[in-house]
Design a protein around this ligand. Structure first.
Ligand SMILES: Cc1cc2nc3c(=O)[nH]c(=O)nc-3n(C[C@H](O)[C@H](O)[C@H](O)COP(=O)(O)O)c2cc1C
Length: 224
């Protein structure tokens, strides 16, 4: 998988306006069923001005969606257990203007809420100095669990943004049928949220701190 050092020239498809402000998005991808929809989310994010995307995949995520597919939409892809030292969690964390976790599993929420660093995504999150944006996605019963909700509350108390999942008809692999689940907002909505947050972070002088509820419904057109 490609690991292009940051000082090499941009790939085709990158902004060719040298003075266009660059937004460096780091996307941590976990092994939720919704990872199958990841390319649509990355396409939507690429529409943000000057957007560059690096993706980190957990082993579970890469087991569902091949990293070679993700590489077609992202600038660079790093996989847990393959690229842990190249460029490594510290360099990835320092590179990012914004860090999204999409989709975020119950497992990742638990690791992040407890300061654990069991894989490259969670370790990079610990090394990231600013607030991250979590987009949880899971079975509705999993989302309702008090343990999961405790983790969500703790992450919010720590200053992170945890976007409320949308009730959605999702493909459930276990039953091979569509079931109500705690799903992701539509790709266009996610891109809007990331754009709004990026603007707020820039206004705050890049401090990474945004007001509580910055991703409230009032700011975002939630239509799919
Ligand atoms: C086909 C399949 C679909 C899964 N979907 C989800 C999901 O939507 N949300 C979730 O939290 N876990 C889901 N899991 C369970 C996670 O993959 C599992 O907890 C894994 O340890 C998560 O690891 P990660 O957070 O490192 O990616 C799914 C597992 C499988 C095999």
């Amino acid at each position: 998988m490609t690991t292009r050092p940051a000082d090499q020239p941009d790939q085709p498809g990158q902004p060719d306006q040298p003075d266009e402000p660059e937004t460096r998005l780091l996307v941590g991808v976990c092994g939720a069923a919704n990872v199958m929809n990841l390319p649509a989310y990355l396409h939507a994010l690429r529409a943000l001005p000057g957007c560059r995307i690096r993706v980190i995949m957990t082993a579970s995520a890469a087991g569902i969606l091949p990293a070679t597919t993700v590489r077609l939409v992202a600038d660079e892809v790093y996989c847990d257990g393959v690229h842990n030292a190249d460029p490594g969690h510290i360099r990835l964390a320092r590179w990012a203007d914004q860090f999204l976790l999409l989709p975020a599993t119950a497992h990742l929420l638990g690791q992040a809420a407890n300061g654990l660093a069991g894989n490259l995504v969670a370790t990079t999150l610990l090394a990231y100095a600013d607030a991250a944006i979590f987009f949880p996605s899971m079975n509705g019963q999993m989302w309702k669990q008090p343990s999961v909700q405790r983790n969500v509350e703790r992450l919010r108390a720590d200053g992170h943004q945890v976007v409320e999942p949308e009730p959605a008809e999702c493909w459930e692999v276990a039953s091979a049928s569509f079931q109500q689940a705690a799903g992701l907002p539509a790709p266009r909505v996610v891109a809007q949220m990331v754009g709004v947050l990026g603007m707020l972070v820039r206004r705050s002088g890049g401090a990474g701190q945004v007001p509580d509820g910055a991703l409230g419904e009032g700011d975002i057109d939630a239509g799919h």
